[in-house]
Design a protein around this ligand. Structure first.
Ligand code: PBG
Length: 323
């Protein structure tokens, strides 16, 4: 036999030499939930995750930094009485997110602090955009408000703003406003291909942010489409995005691959709450080996073409990467 592929698998050293895909803590972004209260509250819909107090958030970032995690994305749980039809709390200079950014940048100047730009945590309607008559999501009015939210985060010291709302034209509007206000170094990580997915269920439970009526299908993408994702990618690139994101990750590996092949921008993928929960619950039942399955799923996402991965497993998996 001329070809025996098994020769390249015969020992750990050989396998390391021929390995095509790498995974290290520097590839990971750790999503963190926070709330305005004194305690760290476990999230029932996402075992192992918490709504952190500001002090708890600082401690969790310290623990994650110690195992090599360098990037964090913040998701606030906003008190019900602060949620309004106009989502004004989203750009309150002394709101929960700006306070968290200032604390983290003071304690961890080297950490990359990313914020989610969308209205769902702040909006009494629970939608990412403003809701008009007959339940219509108002695109251009929403973009104006997202610009204020992005400027508020930049002003507090965010390194990267990540619009996750899927409104048309928001990347260009945010880039223009950031530059006008001299935030030329603040990056935009655009949720380019964000699908209307059932895998976000546990996240909405964590933040109490499910839409009060209707669904998100008039702005988030149809899971059946991939050419539409390439169109979104081309627009975001032309509008000045620095990085493109695909979300969810596991069920959309083909979308990650296609965007990575079509764009020269770095590609991020979000392993979302439902993907996290499927692994967690199967492991808790003793049906799957959590660590092995997490590694394999993250490697699959990297192999599909993602440069970076947002994952709730970031802190737990980091210590065993690179071995
Ligand atoms: C909302 C937002 C969502 C997630 C991140 N940002 C939920 C949604 O669009 O309804 C989901 C993340 C996850 O499920 O882990 N702007």
């Amino acid at each position: 036999m001329l070809s025996r592929p098994r020769r390249n698998r015969k020992s750990p050293g050989i396998r390391h030499l021929v390995r095509e895909t790498s995974l290290s803590p520097g590839d990971l972004i750790y999503p963190l939930f926070l709330h305005d209260g004194p305690e760290d509250i476990p999230i029932p819909s996402m075992p192992g995750c918490h709504r952190w107090s500001l002090e708890g958030l600082v401690r969790e970032v310290a623990r994650a930094s110690a195992v090599g995690i360098e990037a964090f994305v913040l998701f606030p749980a906003i008190a019900p009485f602060l949620k309004t039809k106009g989502a004004e709390e989203a750009w309150h200079e002394d709101g929960l997110v700006p306070r968290a950014i200032r604390l983290l940048k003071a304690g961890f100047p080297e950490a990359v602090i990313i914020t989610d730009v969308a209205l769902d945590p702040y909006n009494s309607d629970g939608h990412d955009g403003l809701v008009g008559p007959c339940g219509r999501i108002l695109n251009d009015e929403t973009v104006e408000v997202l610009v204020r939210q992005a400027l508020c985060h930049a002003n507090a010291g965010a390194d990267v703003v990540a619009p996750s709302d899927m409104m048309d034209g928001r990347v260009a509007a945010i880039r223009r406003a950031l530059d006008r206000e001299r935030f030329t170094d603040v990056s935009i990580l655009s949720y380019t291909a964000k699908y209307a997915s059932a895998f976000y269920g546990p996240f909405r439970g964590a933040l109490d942010s499910a839409p009060k009526s209707g669904d998100k299908k008039t702005y988030q993408m149809d899971p059946a489409n991939v050419r539409e994702a390439l169109r979104e990618a081309a627009l975001d690139e032309a509008e000045g995005a620095d990085m493109l994101m695909v979300k969810p990750a596991g069920p959309y590996l083909d979308v990650i691959r296609q965007i990575a092949d079509h764009s020269n921008l770095p590609v991020a993928a979000y392993q979302v709450s439902g993907e996290y929960l499927m692994i967690k619950s199967a492991a808790a039942a003793g049906w799957l080996d959590e660590q092995a399955v997490v590694l394999e799923s993250l490697l699959g996402i990297r192999r599909a073409g993602a440069d970076m991965i947002l994952t709730y497993f970031a802190k737990d998996i980091a210590p065993i990467l690179g071995r």
